[in-house]
Design a binder for this molecule. Structure first.
Ligand code: S5P
Length: 461
């Protein structure tokens, strides 16, 4: 191992001095294993050591996956040399087409070994492991060439991943000092830096109960919704996508006691009149639920201001909540806010969609979350397929929910209430056809309510 450490030092894969890390912290040591691609013999040895470390650690796996990008050539060498298939993780989901994050043939439920060059906090390994898990692979082991000993091992262990390493910083320091490449001062300085910059193991943030969230949220509409959810013990939103006014009123009146919100597409209802809208608001008062018009605004600020405040449906007059795409940029929220904020309304940003092949990328989702943060006085949450932020102010609404998994013929993809609330940690489920197309919509609403609320209670444990 001495000669490998010396080689790394010679090719400047390990450097001493004063380096600014990605996090902004100044570090007296820097590892840059990206240079390995220019040194094939060293790269080959590094890869072989990774294999041996995983083997020695007792890792068992059917595929390997390198954390992009530096570990990709390492994983490739391991794969080719030992005949273990590899899968490849994209840095982000493709913007078009399949949106797959993991490329390669996947044998569901088989174990995959994550390969990484350097581990500090363990964050990159976790991110890759999460993508692999979502692709139905099992991650129990990860192997890293260099463990910076800053808490990554412990953090990964907490998440059920055993980290095997070829080298640790302590080992590298001791070797270089012993071989006269660095002095004892340098090595002591690095040790002190590592000691002072260790990430403490963190448990996944606790899921807050609705009661715990009420005093934390800033927006009064969010507070109101949470209170309804608590009082009625429901996190079910009914998507009332019916065309007939009479039928719609009948269904809403019968399932009203079991939902905290009713979502409409006002433009699909035939011959909407002001009496109908009044009836809708009366039902909302009678059964204590909020009204959400699923208008999905998506235009420049000036236009959405008109669409929201005026026009046939006068949405701002009766809908407590509306939603909007972030696509046009912050102007859309500004325009909607001009109309809605004074009336105490709230907006959900569409950060993800349930439909197959939708063009939303992970970068778009992140930008949407950032936009919401900037307008937290009006944006109360997201339409999303999972929890996107731990900020208690934002509620996550997930559509595409059905007790029978699958989808429809037009691209809708369904998840179960349990998957959405317990595993993906969303806050509310949106159910349409699962309820109004059931033989007995009232019984169906009761069942969805029960399942989603039970999943919420279990997520608190
Ligand atoms: O990504 C989305 C966003 C929304 S708001 N996927 C969706 O399905 N929706 C809406 O949720 C959709 O417009 C419909 O009103 C409801 C789902 O209906 P279901 O019958 O498939 O449950």
């Amino acid at each position: 191992m001495d000669s490998l450490v010396l080689d790394l030092f010679a090719i400047e894969a390990v450097k001493f001095g004063d380096f600014k890390l990605k996090s902004g912290i100044q570090s007296p040591i820097y590892f840059d294993l990206r240079v390995l691609v220019s040194h094939p013999r060293v790269l080959e040895r590094v890869s072989e050591q990774l294999w041996l470390a995983a083997e020695k650690g007792g890792a068992s796996f059917a595929t390997v996956c390198g954390v992009p990008y530096t570990a990709l050539p390492m994983a490739t060498l391991v794969s080719v040399r030992h005949g273990v298939p590899m899968v490849m993780k994209r840095r982000e989901a493709k913007d078009h087409g399949t949106k797959k994050l993991i490329e390669g043939s996947i044998i569901e439920e088989s174990a995959c070994l994550v390969i990484e060059d350097v581990v500090t906090s363990g964050g990159s390994v976790l991110e890759t492991a999460q993508a692999l898990t979502e692709a139905k692979l099992v991650v129990k082991d990860a192997v890293v060439f260099l463990d910076r000993e800053q808490g990554g091992r412990e953090r990964l262990f907490e998440k059920g991943i055993k980290l095997h390493s070829v080298l640790t910083v302590s080992h590298v320091l001791a070797t270089l000092e012993r071989l006269g490449k660095i002095d004892s001062m340098t090595s002591a300085q690095v040790r002190e830096f590592i000691r002072a910059n260790t990430f403490s193991p963190v448990a996944a943030p606790k899921v807050l109960s609705y009661e715990e969230r009420v005093p934390l949220v800033e927006n009064s509409l969010t507070k109101r919704l949470l209170r309804v959810m608590i009082e009625k013990r429901t996190n079910l939103v009914f998507s009332a996508d019916l065309k007939s006014k009479e039928k719609l009123i009948e269904v809403i009146d019968s399932i009203g006691p079991y939902v905290c919100m009713v979502k409409t597409h006002i433009d699909i209802i035939e011959n909407v009149t002001s009496e109908f809208v009044t009836c809708l608001t009366q039902l909302a008062t009678k059964h204590n639920f909020l009204l959400f018009e699923d208008r999905k605004f998506c235009d420049i600020g000036n236009t959405v201001e008109y669409q929201y405040g005026h026009g046939t449906f006068e949405i701002s007059q009766w809908a407590d909540v509306i939603n909007a795409h972030a696509l046009p940029g912050p102007g859309i929220v500004e325009g909607l806010k001009k109309v809605g904020q004074l009336r105490g309304r709230g907006c959900l940003l569409i950060a993800e969609m349930s439909s197959k092949g939708n063009l939303i990328s992970s970068a778009y989702t992140q930008e949407t979350v950032a936009m919401a943060m900037a307008y937290r006085d009006f944006v109360i949450g997201f339409i999303a397929m999972r929890k996107l932020t731990d900020d208690p102010n934002f509620l996550h609404f997930t559509p595409g929910v059905h007790l029978a998994s699958g989808g429809d013929t037009l691209g809708q993809q369904y998840l179960t209430p349990e998957e959405v609330i317990k595993n993906r940690r969303s806050d509310l489920i949106i159910v349409g056809r699962g309820i109004y197309e059931a033989t007995d919509p009232v019984e169906a609403a009761k069942l969805y309510r029960k399942e989603a609320y039970k999943a919420y209670e279990e997520s608190l444990k």
